[in-house]
Ligand binder design. Structure first.
Ligand SMILES: CC(C)(COP(=O)(O)OP(=O)(O)OC[C@H]1O[C@@H](n2cnc3c(N)ncnc32)[C@H](O)[C@@H]1OP(=O)(O)O)[C@@H](O)C(=O)NCCC(=O)NCCS
Length: 148
């Protein structure tokens, strides 16, 4: 793991939210030919937003989205800057999100994993609960982890 990486939770009003938006656009949308500009992001305001920073630059993010379920919360928009992938940043972000979800009283996290990232979540203890389906034009699976 790299030194000097700081994980924090920010409100949508934080000025670093713009960097989170830019990172999501670069890592999660551009490579599949889409843009966040065409999406309704109003629900971002009710998400818990976690960021990883190195030297005051946002290099990773993930969000927790409350769904209509008291037990489960949904992890979404997991992205690590291309220069920083494979260095433990994703793991740090998911662990921070899990700790927060536990503190909030949730007992499980669910997510829609891109099939290419299924191995990442498996490493972190998530198990697959669906067959493959298409979301934003690419293959996904539903995954889940008990956190109590
Ligand atoms: C997938 C992603 C979030 C992982 O974050 P990361 O910081 O690169 O991953 P980490 O370095 O924390 O990896 C943690 C572990 O998972 C493994 N891992 C990472 N990506 C993997 C993948 N795609 N498949 C299998 N294993 C993977 C790592 O080797 C590491 O294993 P180790 O602990 O045995 O060394 C990041 O690579 C990314 O942003 N990718 C592009 C966007 C994307 O696919 N996002 C997910 C959308 S669901």
């Amino acid at each position: 793991m790299e030194d000097g990486i700081v994980i924090s939770r920010i409100p949508i009003t934080d000025k670093r939210y713009q960097q989170v938006y830019d990172l999501r656009e670069e890592v999660l949308r551009k490579p599949i030919g889409l843009s966040l500009k065409n999406e309704d992001l109003t629900s971002d305001a009710i998400n818990a937003i976690f960021i990883a920073e190195k030297d005051n630059k946002v290099i990773g993010c993930v969000m927790l989205y409350p769904i209509d379920d008291e037990e489960k919360i949904k992890l979404r928009q997991m992205a690590v800057d291309g220069d920083w992938q494979g260095k433990g940043v994703g793991r740090m972000l998911v662990e921070a999100a899990e700790t927060y979800a536990k503190q909030q009283g949730y007992s499980s996290i669910i997510l829609h994993a891109r099939s290419v990232s299924e191995g990442f979540y498996k490493k972190l203890g998530y198990y697959t609960t669906s067959s493959e389906f298409t979301e934003v034009g690419i293959p996904h699976v539903v995954m889940e982890k008990d956190i109590f």
